[in-house]
Design a protein around this ligand. Structure first.
Ligand SMILES: Nc1nc2c(ncn2[C@@H]2O[C@H](COP(=O)(O)OP(=O)(O)OP(=O)(O)O)[C@@H](O)[C@H]2O)c(=O)[nH]1
Length: 436
């Protein structure tokens, strides 16, 4: 419930309450008015016994003085605005205060005569009257109607009478309204405001780490909807905690799976990289890998200086081996030569199959002399080895080292030339390129 909604709700409640109070007060005022009007009517009615005998007697005796005195006394009563006396023919004999004529016009007694009341009647100024017959009863019990007297009063008199009662009712209503309103506000604040504030504080402190750890307890007493809301709130917090815990477990599982996947991918990638750079027959580096190593090492020397030498190896009369013993035997010879090269080279060297029956050893930080010495060792080991089926085999070696400013392509040409020369000069030889 936001502020404006709460304020609107309170305004509606207050408006309804005000209207009801107003209606009840009006009804109370109307009842009070009616009650006073009836009381006045009863009081006027009672004048029949108070003043009736005196007026009748004065009329019977034609005693105008006594009659005038009685009328003055009647008029002096606070509930009377006028009184008039007529003879049995309806002729006005005497009047005091404000009365009405035969046509209902208001008249005011002034100096023994009745003059029309020119002032327009004000609000709540309606005149009402009660007439009594003046009947004389003689000693023999005979009844003689000697005239009629009428007492006048008005709404204004009634209102004057109820003034105090009205005031009491209004003060009573205002006090009740204010008291009830304050009680209502107090109850609303205690019963709703406080619990809602507690709830909002509780919800405000909830976060992913503490959800479900704490339970909200409503401090308000009683079993009303707020307690149901509290239960639901705690249920919701519990459900959220379970779901967070499940998600955390799932997340952990996923992380584990991710780690496993990552290591499998890394393994597979390195395996693929290894396969992509390995010669399937001999297990040595393939041509692609040798190209990569050569490019890297050449750039390193060109940028930082240092040495780089290559040894190109070719099995002698390999075609003859193939032709004599068959291709599978040729493959076994290739594999055996590769094993000797792989184990004979230094750990910093890269040994690979250059293509066909040709191999290469890339020797970083090695000059031509060092590479030639290595080549010589390898040549001797191969020459001394006994190959399956094929018996003894030899290899020719071409050695070249990178000259300052020289390109990789030129280095390889020179190594190839050296190898060619080794073949030319009778095979089973190490030839170092002349530039070095
Ligand atoms: N078994 C086998 N033979 C191969 C392979 N690759 C190339 N060869 C053969 O190696 C032989 C190379 O022969 P050549 O280049 O004529 O030279 P060579 O017979 O070794 O004679 P020289 O090099 O002059 O001593 C060819 O017969 C190719 O078919 C391979 O992977 N396996």
């Amino acid at each position: 419930m936001n502020g404006s909604l709460a304020a609107r709700l309170l305004r509606i409640i207050f408006g309804c309450y005000f209207l009801v109070t107003l209606a009840v007060t009006c009804a109370q005022l109307a009842a009070e008015y009616r009650h006073t009007e009836l009381r006045l009517t009863a009081e006027i009615e009672a004048m029949r016994h108070t003043f009736g005998p005196g007026i009748t007697d004065a009329l019977w005796r034609f005693n105008g003085e006594v009659l005038g005195g009685i009328l003055t006394g009647v008029k002096a009563l606070p509930i009377v605005i006028g009184v008039k006396v007529e003879d049995e023919q309806g002729k006005l004999l005497r009047a005091a205060g404000t009365v009405t004529g035969a046509d209902g016009q208001r008249l005011t007694a002034a100096g023994g005569a009745l003059v029309p009341d020119t002032a327009p009647p004000g609000m709540f100024d309606r005149v009402f009257s009660r007439g009594f017959d003046a009947v004389h009863v003689d000693e023999a019990g005979g009844r003689h109607r000697v005239g009629r007297w009428t007492v006048y009063s008005s709404q204004r008199v009634v209102l004057r009478q109820v003034e105090y009662g009205f005031l009491l009712i209004l003060v009573n209503s205002v006090i009740k309204t204010l008291a009830l309103w304050f009680i209502f506000l107090f109850v609303i604040r205690r019963a709703l405001g406080q619990p809602l504030r507690q709830m909002s504080e509780f919800v405000g402190q909830l976060n992913i780490d503490n959800i479900g750890d704490r339970e909200f307890t409503l401090k308000a007493r009683g079993r009303h909807e707020l307690h149901l809301l509290t239960d639901k709130l705690n249920q919701m917090a519990g459900t959220l905690r379970r779901s967070v815990a499940e998600n955390a477990a799932l997340y952990k599982e996923l992380q584990e799976m991710n780690r496993t996947l990552e290591s499998q991918v890394a393994e597979r990638t390195s395996e693929l990289r290894r396969v992509a750079s390995t010669d399937t027959l001999t297990g040595l580096h393939n041509r692609r890998k040798l190209d990569e190593v050569l490019t890297y090492e050449t750039e390193r020397v060109q940028r930082y200086g240092g040495e780089l030498a290559v040894v190109l190896i070719d099995i002698d009369h390999f075609k003859l081996t193939n032709d004599t013993y068959g291709h599978p035997v040729g493959d076994r010879v290739l594999t055996a030569v590769a094993a000797i090269l792989g184990t004979g080279a230094r750990s910093i060297d890269s040994v690979g199959r250059w293509g066909g029956e040709e191999f290469m050893v890339v020797c970083p930080q090695t000059d031509a002399g060092g590479a030639a010495a290595l080549a010589e060792q390898l040549r001797q080991r191969i020459a001394a080895a006994e190959f399956p089926v094929a018996g003894r085999k030899t290899c020719s070696f071409g050695v070249a080292a990178l000259a300052p400013g020289e390109s990789l392509a030129l280095l390889l040409v020179r190594a190839d030339t050296a190898l060619y020369r080794a073949k030319q000069e009778g095979r089973n030889k190490v030839i170092q390129d002349a530039v070095n």
